[in-house]
Ligand binder design. Structure first.
Ligand SMILES: Nc1ncnc2c1ncn2[C@@H]1O[C@H](COP(=O)(O)OP(=O)(O)OP(=O)(O)O)[C@@H](O)[C@H]1O
Length: 690
């Protein structure tokens, strides 16, 4: 331990350095602020983004220092700063390779580091220094990097917003953050292992190492708007602003979700077979009629036999195009056929001496008066001076005009539309799934409802459900509507995605560069995942890799011990994650009624309290209650200082109720209480009574 006056001197020195860093930051901000007024809108936007980036790193700008064996020093912080315009680094961005030993250096493998220093600041003042001497002779004395700082971070009161963990990232987490794997990296781990935090830090890392991602766009998909709000500050604090966030439902902002499907209906809608049903419904509309086609164009009737127009259908559908682009090809082909048919009739023409066209029928292929009117309508003017006996009347340009006129003709379009109608995604989904409920849905593929798509209203009675969104997206894709894409996509709580939701996500990431975060033990959606391989192989074959996190930073040991009965019942043979700390308080249970909740909540003294209960009790519990009240599903991914679970018996009744209860129990960072409304469920019997 250095002597007290040594510590004071070090504090003064570090303060000087940190003050200089803030000075440099201020100068850069000033420069960015003046750039914001630029007349060039692109430059102004760039400077605005730069200013936002520099403003977001105010807190904890510099949080570490490495002292190397060669005597050099490296200061580590949220962004990189350089002295004036020179290359001399004042502060290393935490993502720079030279900063990595801050996270990975251990006694056994020091990576050239002699001393690792954590610098704690409040506003711009250095308040504490925490040094670790990496002495190889003392190898094996601990596995947590910066244990004191880590425990301080873990036991601090929760603020309701997730903070970044850039100052205390642990080695197993850092390895995932810096994993440059180009395919799908799955981060699997139990509750509280830092999966969300790690995924967001990895995204920040990838944006730093692959700057092109900033232009190609990155997307974070989370389970709920509350969750997205909860994590919303993490990336800006890491210096990255240009990140899109969405829930699965909000990936289609044009559709409003106003209905909840029963679980069994949502499960059927989530199955991959729903995609086949949509494909069948859409393509079943191309060339469905078996009749000969009669089109009338400027009083000329043209007839196409089924074999003729069917050839056009086959030609267009064989192009490998989506439905609407293929429809366009079909229409062009049909216009060619119809124009040719008309042209064949007009092949030879004879005019009288006075310039009148002979209207003698078409036995010899001569033009009738109707032929001439049709030609005039198509912009082809046949003058009397062109009468020099039988000849080919229409050249290529005339034929092109004729085709164009045919496609602009309402009567012709009506006929073409009947053969190959225009569709909307809403119409298709309403047609295939709209009026069906429950498991009857499974029969829809074979029964194939035949309602005319273009007459179906935009949405089924009662509006759309969240499970309809991937179906709408699928239908849009089959029809040929394009969607925005991203260079990298993070999917959080990925175990909840149905097969159809995965198809929707994959469509948005053509490069299939993704960070997928989840825990199969927390799946609560019956349409969700039971195996990563099963989920990913259809989309990326073997271009995916699994990385695991094993340490629970959130849930104290006492609560994890109580939750492990549930875990063991659901996953025999597997180990729940190891808790990094004890809270000193055991969870409790009590039998009672909803009326007891108020008194229990009133006893709660410090930190955030969340009440987690089945949906049927939410309204009653929210009345006059200051605490946050959530279902287990809504609580996914969140955490609170204290959690009170109400009516665990009913939570367990859900299709994957054990997982739901496991999720609810693992949200607490300190205290857990359980109020059961009847006899205690067997899974919770070992928890002490209050
Ligand atoms: N290295 C770390 N330093 C400080 N805090 C950490 C660290 N790793 C994780 N945490 C904290 O642990 C808590 C849990 O992290 P996170 O929410 O990312 O876990 P998770 O695995 O996604 O959990 P769940 O699956 O239960 O939603 C958060 O408060 C996070 O800040």
């Amino acid at each position: 331990m250095p002597a007290e006056n040594d510590v004071d001197r070090e504090l003064v020195l570090e303060q000087e350095y940190v003050t200089a860093l803030y000075g440099r930051l201020d100068a850069l901000r000033e420069q960015a602020a003046s750039g914001c007024g630029s007349e060039d809108p692109e430059a102004a936007a760039r400077w605005n983004a730069e200013l936002a980036r520099l403003e977001a790193v105010e807190d904890g700008l510099c949080f570490g220092r490495l002292e190397m064996h060669d005597g050099s020093r490296r200061y580590i912080g949220r962004v990189g700063l350089f002295r004036d315009e020179a290359d001399e680094p004042l502060l290393l961005d935490w993502r720079a390779p030279a900063a990595q030993p801050f996270y990975t250096a251990t006694m056994a493998e020091a990576h050239g580091v002699r001393r690792r220093r954590r610098i704690t600041t409040r506003r711009r003042t250095v308040t504490a220094l925490d040094d670790e001497l990496l002495d190889p002779d003392a190898a094996g004395t601990g596995t947590l990097v910066g244990e004191a700082a880590l425990l301080a971070a873990l036991t601090a009161d929760r603020t309701g917003r997730m903070g970044d963990i850039v100052t205390t990232l642990q080695e197993e987490q850092d390895r995932i953050v810096r994993d440059g794997y180009a395919g799908v990296l799955v981060v699997q781990g139990g509750p509280g292992t830092g999966k969300t935090a790690v995924a967001l830090h990895r995204l920040a890392y990838l944006m730093y190492t692959r700057p092109r991602l900033r232009t190609r766009g990155v997307l974070v998909i989370g389970p709920s708007d509350v969750f997205l709000d909860y994590i919303g500050q993490v990336l800006p604090g890491l210096g990255e602003h240009a990140v899109a966030t969405a829930t699965i439902a909000r990936l289609r902002p044009d559709v409003e979700v106003s209905r909840v499907d029963p679980a069994e209906v949502a499960e059927v809608k989530g199955r991959a077979e729903a995609a086949d049903r949509i494909v069948a419904a859409v393509w079943g509309r191309a060339g469905a009629s078996g009749e000969a086609v009669e089109a009338e164009f400027e009083q000329q009737a043209v007839r196409l036999e089924p074999a003729e127009w069917r050839a056009a259908v086959e030609f267009a559908s064989g192009k490998g195009l989506p439905y609407h682009p293929a429809r366009w090809v079909f229409q062009q082909r049909m216009a060619e056929l119809l124009a040719q048919r008309l042209a064949d009739r007009m092949e030879n023409v004879v005019f009288t001496e006075s310039g009148e066209a002979l209207d003698g029928g078409s036995a010899d292929g001569r033009l009738s008066a109707a032929d001439l009117r049709a030609l005039a309508a198509a912009g082809v003017v046949v003058g009397p001076d062109q009468d020099d006996g039988p000849r080919r009347l229409l050249d290529e340009a005339d034929l092109a005009d004729l085709r164009k006129a045919l496609l602009a003709d309402a009567a012709v379009c009506r006929v073409l539309d009947e053969l190959w109608p225009a569709l909307t995604a809403e119409g298709v989904v309403a047609e295939v799934f709209g009026e069906l409920g429950g498991v009857q849905l499974a029969d829809a593929a074979t029964s194939g409802t035949r309602a005319r798509n273009d007459e179906v209203p935009g949405e089924p009675d009662g509006g759309w459900s969240a499970a309809d969104i991937p179906l709408l997206d699928e239908a849009s894709a089959v029809i040929g509507e394009s969607v925005g894409t991203f260079g990298h996509v993070v999917v959080d709580e990925a175990q909840e995605l149905s097969a159809m939701a995965w198809r929707m996500v994959m469509r948005r990431c053509p490069a299939k560069s993704m960070t997928v975060v989840g825990d199969l033990a927390q799946t609560s959606d019956p349409a969700g995942a039971t195996s990563w391989e099963q989920v990913l192989t259809p989309h990326v074959a073997d271009r995916w890799r699994l990385a695991e996190l094993t340490v629970n930073y959130r849930t104290p040991r006492e609560i994890m011990a109580a939750a492990s009965e549930l875990f063991a019942a659901q996953h025999p043979g597997l180990q729940p994650p190891r808790s990094v700390r004890a809270a000193g308080e055991s969870p409790w249970r009590q039998e009672g009624t909803l009326a007891d909740v108020g008194a229990i909540a009133a006893e709660h003294r410090s930190g955030q309290l969340a009440i987690i209960a089945p949906a049927c009790h939410l309204a009653a519990l929210r009345e006059g209650c200051a605490a946050t009240v959530l279902t287990p599903g809504e609580a996914k991914g969140l955490e609170f200082d204290s959690v009170l679970i109400v009516d665990p018996g009913r939570i367990l009744d859900a299709p994957l109720g054990r997982n739901d209860l496991y999720v609810a129990m693992t949200r607490a960072t300190r205290r857990l209480g359980i109020l059961h409304l009847g006899p205690v469920p067997a899974e919770l019997a070992r928890i002490r009574e209050k």
